[in-house]
Write a new protein. Structure first.
Length: 173
């Protein structure tokens, strides 16, 4: 992903299973899902939000652990059990009055493809299915649930910092 695209991002939209997690689902004896999240991804998301970039979760499954993790990270908009991610995504972008180029989404599987067609910056995690990787403008080095989200957060933050540094250098001359 080039610095210009990354620096323009104002909204990051995340899938959960296979992106924020490694895609495995553990079900305990009470029938509750248990998911593992990467702590480095969490810090990356917090840093991104502290820099003024909005983070939204859109996932096809429902899980208490997702709601809990989002609350813990300070992610206010979490949409679970979403059957039509594209329609929700379109409404979200319109409501937030953003341009396509200002939105980055990270996905790993076929239900994420509508987001890739609507976002200006589409990112596939390293272990995403080939159809998703083929539609992505960037593929992470890290697998989902293993630092892929942090990789994207760092890329966006570094691009923004570089842009700010470049602008300040122009004013010093």
């Amino acid at each position: 992903m080039d610095d210009k695209r990354a620096a323009d991002v104002k909204l990051l939209v995340l899938d959960v299973d296979g992106v924020m997690t490694d895609g495995r689902i553990t079900i305990n004896e009470q029938g509750e899902e248990v998911k593992s999240f990467d702590v480095k991804d969490g810090l990356g998301l917090r840093l991104l939000m502290n820099a003024g970039i909005d983070v939204v979760i859109i996932t096809g499954r429902k899980s208490k652990s997702v709601a809990y993790r989002a609350e813990e990270l300070g992610i206010r908009e979490v949409y679970q059990g979403v059957k039509d991610k594209g329609a929700l995504f379109s409404d979200l972008v319109k409501r937030k009055k953003l341009e396509k180029e200002q939105v980055c989404c990270i996905g790993d599987d076929l239900p994420d493809l509508p987001l890739f067609q609507l976002a200006g910056v589409s990112v596939a995690v390293a272990d995403a299915v080939s159809e998703v990787q083929n539609e992505a403008i960037f593929i992470t080095k890290n697998r989902g649930g293993n630092g892929a989200v942090r990789e994207v957060c760092d890329m966006i933050l570094k691009a923004r910092q570089k842009l700010q540094d470049d602008r300040s250098q122009r004013f010093k001359k």
